[in-house]
Design a protein around this ligand. Sequence first.
Ligand code: RTP
Ligand code: MG
Length: 168
Amino acid sequence: MFQKIVLLVGKVNENIPDFLIFARSNLNHMNGNITLTMIKPEAVRNGHTGHILAKITEGGFGIVAMKYLKLTREQAEKFYEVHRERPFYKDLVEFMTSGPIVAAILKKDNAVEEYRSYIGSTNPKDAAPGTVRALYGTNIQENAVHGSDSDENAAREASFFFSELERY
Ligand code: RTP
Ligand code: MG
């Protein structure tokens, strides 16, 4: 079923004439172009906010929306409800409510995948040199930043923090 859709879109794409180049380039980028990041409480506490924002910009990610806030327990529980059954859920909620964070919607082609590879593995010890988590993360929990893991979750997480009026 999925293959059929891809084939069909591919065929439509081939048949778009050159003068409709805009429509063609949109079809070439089937992945979404936004992701949601948070600079986590320990990175804010350790004074890395400015460095991380600079690194995000250097990576070619645009900022669509941004705010500085402290999550309540209810908000953190809701944001991470997909992890409710995981053994680290309770600690994660505790950690994410331990101080202010920076939440931002970032924009780039193929944003979710690009940003996840830019920030590196969950555990900063395993993160590739030069990635955000390798540079600024502390341990597997206090790993400097969050990045959405799918287009669907990016949309859900972006709406969790920002209304349409807060996006530029
Ligand atoms: P994130 O959602 O923050 O971008 O990180 P991720 O996809 O790489 O990792 P995920 O599995 O979604 O886990 C969410 C966050 O939970 C904390 N964690 N702690 N103690 C542990 O074993 C453990 N494992 C994960 C981390 O803060 C992780 O980013
Ligand atoms: Mg995740």
